[in-house]
Design a protein around this ligand. Structure first.
Ligand SMILES: C=C(OP(=O)(O)O)C(=O)O
Ligand SMILES: [Mg+2]
Length: 401
């Protein structure tokens, strides 16, 4: 029933106005699924390779589609993804492009779910999956590679850890976003938005910490549950090997100073989450920071692990971090992403399923987070391509998909 009978690829827009790959998968019994690839700006050095959309489409038409149509069942995700790897023939998807691979992988999963008449999270997670919903981390203030003339730290993220439901959590994050707007207006600080919809004011990192602290406290009082916050430092973007340190507007911090700085901020603001606090090649520094604050906060590897089981295994052995960011397009298929989540879970690492800064209205990651019982999802706070996932989470919780 789920035998793939057609795969169609086309170029569509992402949220930055760039071209990305959309895939449609059709099956023998009329099943249909559609997936779209997201795209990063602060990409990790070890990510799978995104090709220009037209090239990715041409290569996948030539090499991948013949291995899928009439050959593979969409309901068997491991077979679909193995066929994509075989068609690609490289270890980083530079043959067909990770953008073609992930779009086809997600489209096939949706086609499989369609034939089964099950929601995607049910198809991916199975009937014995847990009953947890992820806490959404909402990007509220940001800079780095996502906005010019804003903070050095890439993302200040609201974390509604005390929310009684996904719905309450999603609305709390939106309220923090609005509260920060009001605080910025009171301080006469005009702000546009960065790529993910976070406010991008021209303030120091220290001022952003103060503003976040005030905003989450106000909204927590209004909503009646705990809201903490966290960071994506995107340390690899700040690290400059020539300077042998992390380059901030107010000077360069050595690795030891960077570890002290992050540890002090964790203490001062009770941060619950710090992503990529250090460079993507520095497992040792990640391990040092994890030793210091790993019992108080999640130390999450994004560019460090790139959703890759081998890099995660190296991190586990080194004691680097206690959490992994999961971005399916960083590794190219849903199978690879789920393998990373499973290794993380077995090893006591928390998984945070994540969007990219360049996104589409695709909602697959909301289903993936629920299917795998991931404790967190990072997919923005506002903006259509972000609310597509947040609203889908609300629907999943409401049994309405
Ligand atoms: C979402 C992120 O940004 P990008 O997609 O630009 O890598 C991130 O760094 O976590
Ligand atoms: Mg990151």
């Amino acid at each position: 029933m789920t035998l793939i009978t057609d795969v169609r690829l086309r170029r569509v827009l992402d949220s930055r106005g760039n071209a990305t790959v959309e895939a449609d998968v059709l099956t023998e019994s009329g099943g249909f699924g559609r997936g779209k690839a997201p795209s990063g700006a602060s990409t990790g050095e070890y990510e799978a390779i995104e090709l220009p959309a037209t090239e990715a489409i041409a290569n996948a038409r030539e090499d991948a589609i013949p291995r899928l149509v009439g050959e593979v069942h969409a309901g068997n995700q491991r077979d679909v993804d193995a066929a994509l790897h075989a068609a690609d023939g490289t270890d980083d998807f530079s043959g067909i492009g990770a953008n073609s691979a992930v779009a086809i992988s997600m489209a096939a999963a949706k086609a499989g779910a369609d034939v089964l008449g099950a929601p995607l999270y049910q198809h991916l997670g199975g009937t014995f999956r847990g009953n947890e919903y992820p806490t959404p981390l909402g990007n509220i203030i940001g800079g780095g590679e996502h906005a010019a003339d804003a903070t050095n730290i890439q993302e200040f993220l609201a974390a509604p850890v005390g929310a009684p439901s996904v719905e309450e959590a999603v609305f709390a994050n939106a309220a923090v976003h609005q509260e920060v707007h009001d605080i910025l207006a009171d301080r006469d600080l005009p702000a546009g938005k960065g790529d993910e919809g976070a406010w991008a004011p021209s303030v120091s990192d220290d001022e952003a910490f103060e503003i976040m602290d005030e905003a989450v406290e106000t909204v927590a009082d209004d909503f009646g549950f705990a809201i903490a916050f966290g960071l994506d430092v995107a340390g690899a973007e700040l690290y400059d090997a020539d300077e042998d340190g992390y380059v901030y507007d107010d000077g360069v911090k050595s690795t030891a100073e960077q570890i002290d700085y992050i540890a002090e901020k964790v203490e001062e603001y009770d941060l619950v989450y710090v992503e990529d606090p250090l460079d993507e090649n520095d497992y040792e520094a990640f391990a040092d920071l994890t030793d210091r604050v790993g019992d108080q906060t999640l130390v999450c590897g994004d560019d460090l692990f790139v959703t890759n089981v081998e890099r995660l295994q190296a991190g586990i052995s080194a004691g680097a971090g206690n959490s992994i960011l999961i971005k399916p397009n960083q590794i190219g298929t849903l199978t690879d992403a789920v393998d990373a989540i499973e290794l993380a879970t077995e090893s006591g690492y928390e998984s945070v399923v994540s969007h990219r800064s360049g996104e589409t209205e695709d909602t697959t990651i909301a289903h993936l987070a629920v299917a795998t019982d991931a404790p967190f999802i990072k997919t923005g706070a506002v903006g259509g391509e972000r609310t597509a996932k947040l609203n889908e989470l609300i629907r999943i919780e409401d049994n309405a998909v």
